[in-house]
Design a protein around this ligand. Sequence first.
Ligand SMILES: CC(=O)CC(=O)SCCNC(=O)CCNC(=O)[C@H](O)C(C)(C)COP(=O)(O)OP(=O)(O)OC[C@H]1O[C@@H](n2cnc3c(N)ncnc32)[C@H](O)[C@@H]1OP(=O)(O)O
Ligand SMILES: NC(=O)C1=CN([C@@H]2O[C@H](COP(=O)(O)OP(=O)(O)OC[C@H]3O[C@@H](n4cnc5c(N)ncnc54)[C@H](OP(=O)(O)O)[C@@H]3O)[C@@H](O)[C@H]2O)C=CC1
Length: 291
Amino acid sequence: MDIQTIGIVGAGQMGNGIAHVMALAGYDVLLNDVSADALAKAMKTVTGNMDRQVSKEKISAEARDAAMARITTTQTLSDLGQSDLVIEAATERETVKQAIFEDLIPHLKPETILTSNTSSISITRLASRTDRPEKFMGFHFMNPVPVMQLVELIRGIATDRETYDACKAVVDRLGKTAASAEDFPAFIVNRILMPMINEAVYTLYEGVGNVESIDSSMKLGANHPMGPLELADFIGLDTCLAIMNVLHDGLADTKYRPCPLLTKYVEAGWLGRKTQRGFYDYRGEKPVPTR
Ligand SMILES: CC(=O)CC(=O)SCCNC(=O)CCNC(=O)[C@H](O)C(C)(C)COP(=O)(O)OP(=O)(O)OC[C@H]1O[C@@H](n2cnc3c(N)ncnc32)[C@H](O)[C@@H]1OP(=O)(O)O
Ligand SMILES: NC(=O)C1=CN([C@@H]2O[C@H](COP(=O)(O)OP(=O)(O)OC[C@H]3O[C@@H](n4cnc5c(N)ncnc54)[C@H](OP(=O)(O)O)[C@@H]3O)[C@@H](O)[C@H]2O)C=CC1
């Protein structure tokens, strides 16, 4: 299948990154969000990130201008009807994703491939609620999208070969590396990464260390580029909690129990960088630990 136009639903940190790399690779991008603010912020972020790539001579000013011209934003979901491939990258909540697919499907071409950037939710279950489970799969980018090399590709029970091959060809054109994961809760990366982050929150909760000592231990002691709490703030604490809940419910094992302190931060609306406060407070000149 020839893919030229890519629809992206959700213009948060993942949606803007996906729009960025798709446009630079020459795809036409239709970027949708319910919020006009989110769309404006996304375009500002993409512009800033591409400008930085120009100033570092990673891309030319012409390539940036051409890529920016390929991105169209819209608050109207039906405008994505002409997409050859749709990547849903809205909030990590199953009901939100299901409602998006329900509203979008009547406007899609029969051959359009439908995918989700979900971090954890069952692809088979999401697909089963659509009219095209064989043309549905998981297309899971890592954050920050312009920098991270991996894309996890997850087939649901019904996904056909043609759909997988078409998505794999898109990953190849982006110059990224695809890893196939089976459709089990949180797939590969988050099955391993998120329990580590949750354990870091337990380590904080139990007073074994504070935010600073936990993060510097993992940075200096295990050579991680970011400490686990800094990374949790970067991902979004709501997303981290949602993934832990999917692991806990889906695998029915207490080892995946979300730390009550993680729940408390989310209940406070302290979701990390995106709300300016999480395990660190980002409102000042430099991040200050909140515990
Ligand atoms: C939750 C899920 O479902 C799955 C996930 O995504 S899990 C999260 C996976 N991601 C990670 O684990 C990220 C861990 N952190 C890192 O790898 C690094 O800290 C980092 C790449 C984010 C930043 O690297 P750094 O060396 O500390 O900083 P810095 O030198 O400023 O940045 C490195 C490059 O990334 C770019 N960059 C950094 N943040 C960026 C962003 N948000 N968007 C775009 N580009 C960014 C920089 O411009 C720089 O580019 P050049 O190499 O071209 O100069
Ligand atoms: N954060 C990460 O590190 C990673 C996240 N993911 C996954 O990507 C997806 C998006 O995550 P992320 O970008 O971090 O989340 P964000 O919270 O940054 O962005 C989500 C965006 O979706 C919007 N949205 C909510 N409902 C709808 C809707 N019905 N239609 C259109 N847009 C909607 C939100 O708008 P509003 O704010 O107005 O509600 C928001 O702008 C999630 O499934 C997440 O699990 C995957 C890999 C890494």
